[in-house]
Design a protein around this ligand. Sequence first.
Ligand SMILES: Nc1ncnc2c1ncn2[C@@H]1O[C@H](COP(=O)(O)OP(=O)(O)OP(=O)(O)O)[C@@H](O)[C@H]1O
Ligand SMILES: [Mg+2]
Length: 240
Amino acid sequence: MDKIIEIKNLTVKFGSFTAVDDISFSVGKGEIFGFLGANGAGKTTAIRAICGLINTNSGTISIGGRILGTDITWLKKRIGYMSQKSTLYQDLTARENILFSASLYNMDKKEALIRMKELFEYVQFDGDENEIVKNLSGGTKQTVSLCACLLHNPDIIFLDEPTAGISPVSRVSFWNLIKKLAQEGKTVFVTTHYMEEAEYCFRIALMQFGKIIVLDSPQNIKRKTKCDNLDDAFVEIMNS
Ligand SMILES: Nc1ncnc2c1ncn2[C@@H]1O[C@H](COP(=O)(O)OP(=O)(O)OP(=O)(O)O)[C@@H](O)[C@H]1O
Ligand SMILES: [Mg+2]
């Protein structure tokens, strides 16, 4: 598999606290790559660093063979980022939120509306585009956020806990979208606390105290720990 993301010795500190501690890994093109780990393990910080949103202390980040420096404009075109905290404006409609996001990518209104229609069909948006976001269900809000991050057709998509707090049925639909995106060649980098979702990842990196303590496929992790499920496997790894 061609490597699309290559991280070498990445460290991110907040003052004297090391949130991401010398991590190295790569992600293949078209892969669904999962980041797992307890609250505060450093998942969001690592993603924000890879997306060029925060400063790093050391290490290199390479996207599509290009080492990330100050070329944030180029990076912005290639990646979509759905943050852990909703960035939707709750008092704007779904449509207004999409138009606002499109303006950040310098899309004109006509182009943005065509793309919105396309994406709403793609995600099978089941709400009213003229409804204010706070009145939409949790699952529908997340699909609007996903559309906002897909507007500019990025080839790498970072989804930070996209299914947190939504119903099991909505989570399944959301994961069907993730799988569809990967089948179409997009690379999906996702974090989750749900082990059944982690099973859908091609490979998983488990983080603890800023470090990656295991990186393998769900099948290999279960086989090597002799566990039937990932919950037990991770308890086994963390206690060893
Ligand atoms: N801007 C910041 N300033 C200081 N400390 C921070 C900052 N952002 C994150 N941290 C700390 O860095 C550590 C890692 O946080 P991070 O949000 O990356 O964890 P996470 O693995 O995403 O956790 P969660 O599963 O709760 O989302 C935590 O101890 C957090 O308090
Ligand atoms: Mg987080």
